[in-house]
Design a protein around this ligand. Sequence first.
Ligand code: GDP
Ligand code: MG
Length: 142
Amino acid sequence: MAEQTTLSIIKPNAVAKNAIGAICNRFEQAGLRIVAARMLHMSLEQASAFYAEHQGKPFFDELVGFMTSGPVLVMVLEGEDAIAKNRELMGATNPAKAEPGTIRADFADSFTENAVHGSDAPETAEREIGFFFPDGICPRTQ
Ligand code: GDP
Ligand code: MG
């Protein structure tokens, strides 16, 4: 297994329920390192561009409405097999089908409000990390 980086987002419902620490703890306990982090409140344009692959799907408007409803924590996680490891910690997209003990099983409020985002492949991770961290991961300040 190779070292990878992946993009994680703690979504507005999980931020609102004060679960940032609990969720980040799961990443760290599983050996994933948080190597970049930004808290932001997305615009409709930004959320629509981030989820462009889902444009036209029946849940799209609800998804971007939710993702722009409050602040999110966007992070880059690094570690061995980080993309799959993060997806495993997250659990299934539909929280009703998420394994007990996964982040979505414990912190989701609905299919849309499912607590976390994680990149699903190396190409997606590269695009998503560039989307939120255009200046690179943890750049040195002057
Ligand atoms: P993910 O990679 O597991 O986040 O899932 P997708 O990339 O397929 O979908 C992106 C996000 O859209 C999901 O995390 C959910 O918040 C939402 N979503 C996906 N499919 C559905 C659906 O069938 N119904 C609803 N309500 N939301 C969905
Ligand atoms: Mg996805």
